[in-house]
Design a protein around this ligand. Structure first.
Ligand code: UD1
Ligand code: F6R
Length: 365
């Protein structure tokens, strides 16, 4: 049921204030987070030698977004694996590892094969999925349902933001016994209930993103530069544009810019730079300066009120978004890029909900 919307992807993007609310429902307490599916396993997780996140596509990107906070709060090394690559390499895994499998459908073949592999190696296997009763939910030792509601559009949108919030809550639960991060932890827990309101605010950019899409109808290629908490936003924003608008786009780590991508910069190639306020802000300011000096066609995403301080010239387009805690900022920042991908697809006349060659759930290798 699409209701008042033309497409499921559009509905699911606009549903995010609600899906995030249901993801958090019953799980927040005063200064605490309770994940029913993990509480008996937190001790084992805290004693693990490493936390490995494993997934494909958007689910992998969600884990990438959550990694910095997971490392900060757990004090445990956190690594990431694309499920197919872990299998191709037969990567090293130990009994002392916690392997966290992230999958909206819970039925992705590569992710399930990686789960078999981790089970054989004796790791604690944790699932993060949207699908109750899925193979992932049944075969993992424990886990968390993201409760985002059924996602129908092939391009994952609301599941992505709910996955990030679940992994942030997981980090908060794991970090409950660590003194040094207590005040930050409590500040994040107390800001979570307001996150859906901030998402409603950023959804008001819908028309602005449609205008931006109109200006990009003819482009052959698009780059997205992010770093820190928003490296994932760059990868995920580019993936959305690629898969639904059928436009080549690449997300890049801004720290790698001088190691190759800078050669691509000219007046025609649009480059989205994510420069919201966090510890990486000044580094992103200098990236913008360098791209501007090479006459790059810039689109800058920044925090509300920062447009004049981050934009080097009138020609630079700005996307201003509400500021939230650094670990939650990826939830806000992806929304304008989801809207951009959606509008670009509609304007180009492509199928939004069933992109060419793709299936909602990839159950073969
Ligand atoms: C559970 C109930 C929820 C109820 C709440 C009340 C279910 C599915 N959830 O939610 O309806 O409102 O208690 O306290 O009945 N699991 C895995 N692997 C996964 C995902 C989950 O093993 O990939 C396991 C968990 O470890 C847990 C169970 O499935 O044992 C349910 O997980 P979840 O729905 O996240 O738990 P609650 O939030 O406590
Ligand atoms: C992108 C997309 C895919 C999936 C990937 C994993 O929008 O939907 O990249 O994220 O196929 O699917 P799940 O999360 O179901 O394992």
């Amino acid at each position: 049921k699409k209701g008042n919307y033309d497409h499921f992807m559009q509905k699911e993007i606009h549903e995010q204030p609600h899906s995030l609310t249901t993801t958090m429902r019953g799980r927040l307490r005063a200064n605490d987070v309770v994940l029913g599916g993990l509480k008996d396993h937190l001790k084992t997780i805290r004693h693990s030698r490493r936390i490995i996140f494993i997934g494909c596509g958007t689910s992998y990107n969600a884990a990438l977004a959550a990694r910095p906070f997971m490392e900060e709060l757990s004090g445990i090394p956190v690594t990431l694996e694309l499920a197919s690559d872990l299998l191709d390499r037969q990567g090293v895994m130990y009994r002392e590892d916690t392997a966290v499998f992230v999958s909206q459908s819970g039925e992705t073949a590569d992710t399930l094969l990686a789960l078999e592999y981790a089970l054989e190696h004796g790791a604690l296997c944790v699932g993060i999925t949207n699908t109750v009763g899925s193979t992932l939910a049944r075969k993992t030792h424990c886990g968390v349902h993201i409760n985002a509601g059924c996602e129908i559009g092939v391009a994952s949108t609301k599941a992505y933001t709910s996955q990030i919030v679940v992994m942030v809550m997981m980090a908060l639960a794991i970090g409950a016994d660590k003194i040094s991060t207590q005040s930050k932890r409590e500040a994040i827990i107390n800001s979570l209930p307001d996150l859906p309101n901030k998402v409603s605010e950023v959804l008001k950019l819908d028309n602005e993103m449609k205008d931006l899409a109109e200006s990009l109808i003819e482009v052959q290629s698009l780059l997205v530069f992010g770093r820190g908490y928003n490296y994932a936003t760059a990868l995920e924003g580019a993936l959305k544009v690629k898969e639904v608008a059928l436009t080549h786009s690449e997300g890049m780590l801004a720290g790698e810019m001088k190691h190759g991508p800078l050669a691509l910069v000219d007046e025609t190639l649009p480059i989205i730079v994510i420069a919201t306020r966090d510890a990486c802000f000044s580094k992103q300011q200098s990236v913008i300066q360098q791209l501007h000096a090479r006459k790059g066609r810039l689109i800058v995403m920044c925090s509300n009120g920062d447009a004049s301080s981050v934009c080097p010239s009138e020609s630079c387009r700005v996307i201003e978004v509400p500021q939230v805690a650094d670990c939650l900022q990826p939830v806000i920042n992806i929304v304008p890029l989801q809207l951009l991908a959606y509008h670009l697809t509609v304007l180009r006349g492509y199928d939004v909900d069933q992109p060419r060659n793709l299936a909602k759930s990839v159950t073969t290798q």
